[in-house]
Design a protein around this ligand. Structure first.
Ligand code: AMP
Ligand code: MG
Length: 408
């Protein structure tokens, strides 16, 4: 039996970023950049106005005021998108729009609100310093700067920057394709009415949703009874993906025959069983470049193990630098009274109160519980051999779903 940290290291050791591909910019969201992407030019490209107003020579208006109006001759108007080739001499100015290039000779822009118009004359009523209301070439992003570093997940901000520098295609790491196989004689489809001893199959739906949240394509989803012939056939097809997720059939009894099927198919076992609760019977193996996780059928166990093992593996395969959801520190609102022997993840409710995070475990922690998945928005991580945690103790918490609003 492996410890949590050792099991995770083994997973990381076997998950290597996949190949690169070029994706059209609008379809790059969610993927990791394959290399550092740099600015091919300065941004902005030219000095321009930060305001709607008048481009002036600051020396002309440095003394302007309500009691000391300065009259300037207006040469014309530079709208956005116009090259703006005016030559502005002493006592002159041009009207200018936000973002329009400032004409040679000028070195400041006076806001529209700070002038009065008298025919072709602009009356400036406020003093102006040099460079006021100007945006300079390269002041935002210098040429050559890394704009999106390798392994960053591309989101709206990155897309904005990449668009600004003309990246019509983005080099990303290909995301792994994933097969999901749910096993169990007791399972029936969502559209079916469970008979005696049966229940509706839900894990494949949950796992599919988790995988799609990571922006990975789903290769195959199948539900199979515990029948060696059918399992062999489905696993063989499922192994065409980069990663195979098997739900159920990993417990002590089941494993005997799963083990022989794995061996027949050439799946090498890297570990089976970890000192983690929930999720002791986790299996991890590989065949060639395909990674295989065997998750316990209990929905809560498989949800927790996905987050602790599968998500980081997927993220590493897809070249991301950030491998998991962040952890935070929170204050226990109620004690945890049982003696915790294995590394444990308690489904919990997390909220913010008085400037700190507070957390309490759900009273029902059954590893088969489905209700606890919707009742919790966080996991409390408790180290092995923890006798008791008093209320007020600071604990490590992994928020789920980016939400710290208490579930209703
Ligand atoms: P197993 O790990 O195969 O022993 O399954 C443990 C328990 O998890 C079963 O008794 C079912 O109650 C439940 N279970 C297994 N597979 C699924 C599934 N795909 N969807 C929902 N519940 C499942
Ligand atoms: Mg089973």
């Amino acid at each position: 039996m492996l410890d949590y940290a050792d099991a995770r290291s083994l997973v990381f050791d076997h998950a290597h970023p996949l190949s690169r591909e070029l994706r059209p910019l609008p379809e790059s969201r969610g993927f990791a950049t394959a290399e550092d992407l740099r600015a091919s030019h300065p941004l902005p490209l030219f000095d321009n106005s930060a305001m709607d107003g008048y481009a002036v020579r600051s020396e002309d208006v440095s003394e302007a005021g309500e009691g000391c109006p300065v009259l300037l001759e207006k040469l014309g108007y530079i709208p956005a998108g116009d090259p703006g080739d005016f030559r502005v001499g002493p006592g002159q100015c041009t009207q200018i729009a936000t973002g329009a290039p400032v004409p040679p000779g000028t070195d400041a822009v006076v806001m529209k609100e700070d002038v009065r118009l008298e025919g072709q004359q602009v009356v400036v009523l406020k003093p102006l310093r040099r460079h006021e209301n100007l945006r300079f070439r390269g002041e935002d992003i210098a040429e050559g700067r890394v704009i999106v570093s390798q392994g960053t997940r591309i989101g709206p901000a990155q897309i904005s920057v990449l668009a600004s520098f003309g990246y019509t295609k983005v080099p990303v790491i290909r995301p792994p394709s994933v097969s999901i196989v749910s096993t169990g004689n007791e399972l029936v489809g969502v559209e079916d009415q469970p008979g005696p001893g049966q229940l509706r199959e839900s894990n494949s739906f949950m796992l599919r949703a988790l995988i799609e949240e990571e922006n990975c394509p789903v290769h195959l989803v199948k539900m199979v009874p515990d029948d060696p012939g059918q399992l062999r056939e489905v696993f063989a097809e499922a192994l065409e993906a980069d990663l195979l997720l098997i739900s159920g059939g990993m417990s002590v009894g089941d494993h005997d025959f799963t083990k022989s099927i794995f061996a027949e198919l050439g799946i090498e076992r890297l570990f089976w069983k970890i000192r983690v609760k929930p999720g002791k019977p986790l299996f991890f193996g590989r065949r060639g470049d395909t990674l295989v996780f065997g998750l316990p059928g209990n929905p809560s166990s498989s949800y927790v193990l996905f987050g602790e093992f599968v998500r980081p593996a997927l993220r590493k395969l897809m070249g991301l630098r950030e491998l998991e959801l962040p952890m935070i520190e929170a204050v226990l609102d109620e004690p945890v009274t049982e003696f915790i022997t294995r590394m444990q993840f308690l489904r919990a409710q997390l909220w913010e109160s008085g400037g700190e995070y507070r957390v309490r475990q759900l009273s029902f922690q059954g590893s088969n519980s489905i209700g606890s998945l919707v009742d919790s928005n966080a996991l409390i991580q408790v180290e092995p051999n923890t006798p008791e945690l008093l209320a007020g103790t600071r604990v490590r918490v992994r928020p789920l779903n980016n939400s710290i609003v208490l579930p209703k």
